[in-house]
Design a protein around this ligand. Structure first.
Ligand code: ADE
Length: 249
């Protein structure tokens, strides 16, 4: 069982790299693929860079050259659901590309020639359990000062849909549109549905976890980098420590 873990931020991959045993690295196509063992499980870690093309090409390389049995994407996202706040966690259910539109040739949001516009995740239960364990021990990973800085109080995990597109969203009108077009969407980001499409096409199980770094509004461009620099890595460390301890049970 070998797991590929992709993140769109180097900070998050770094949180896992710090614990990687017998690490080896290889550079291909401007990405570094780190292989080794994480808490006893063989893994390949890679920072995909941002956007659908960057993440799709990284996923394809990971599948073709590293023989992974499943792929997990970990990263941050902007909230779409008004019930989500910075510091909450979304475990993805269906992934859709909100900027795909080949209408009238194909229905809006449908991926041409695939006959579908939503990609369902598999193996998500363990990410949900790991997130719950992490949140149950939140104060061992995140100090109260760090939580206060981002006004994080009682963070929660939800399971729901994620929409992806090549656009960093900082506009409430865009969020309102996404809520109408994708009523089940919890958050918006720039990679997940592209990775999901590649995994679907290659028949590789895919799951995704996203931490809310901003509310995709006028302050997103300030909240997002601050959250990534100071706190996202601690979430990733906490969630994956719990994730791999569930595997070894
Ligand atoms: N990733 C994190 N925040 C985001 C946002 N506001 N829009 C798109 N992707 C994001």
């Amino acid at each position: 069982m070998k797991i590929g873990i992709i993140s769109a931020m180097q900070e998050e991959i770094q949180a896992l790299l710090n614990h990687l045993e017998n690490p080896k690295e290889e550079e291909k196509g401007m990405r570094i693929y780190y292989t080794g063992t994480l808490y006893g499980t063989p893994v390949v870690l890679v920072f995909s860079r941002w956007g659908k093309v960057a993440s799709a090409v990284t996923t394809t390389q990971l599948i073709n050259d590293y023989n992974v049995d499943e792929i997990i994407f970990t990263g941050v996202a902007g909230a779409v659901s008004s019930t989500l706040k910075i510091g909450d966690i979304v475990v993805g259910k269906n992934l859709m590309q909100h900027d795909m539109n080949a209408y009238p040739l194909y229905p809006k949001y449908e991926i041409p020639l695939l006959g579908k516009g939503a990609f369902e995740t598999t193996n998500s239960e363990r990410l949900l359990e790991a997130s719950k364990s992490f949140l149950g021990n939140f104060s061992t990973y995140i100090t109260s000062e760090e939580a206060d800085e981002f006004r994080i109080s009682k963070p929660k995990v939800v399971v729901g849909d994620i929409v992806s597109g090549d656009r960093f969203v900082t506009d409430l009108n865009k969020i309102k549109k996404l809520r109408v077009e994708f009523p089940e969407a919890k958050c918006v980001e720039m990679e997940g549905a592209a990775v999901a499409q590649v995994c679907y096409e290659y028949g590789i199980p895919f799951s995704i976890i996203r931490i809310i770094s901003d509310e995709a509004n006028h302050s997103a461009a300030i909240d997002f980098p601050k959250f990534c620099e100071s706190i996202a890595q601690k979430y990733v460390k906490g969630i994956f420590e719990n994730y791999f301890s569930l595997i070894s049970l």
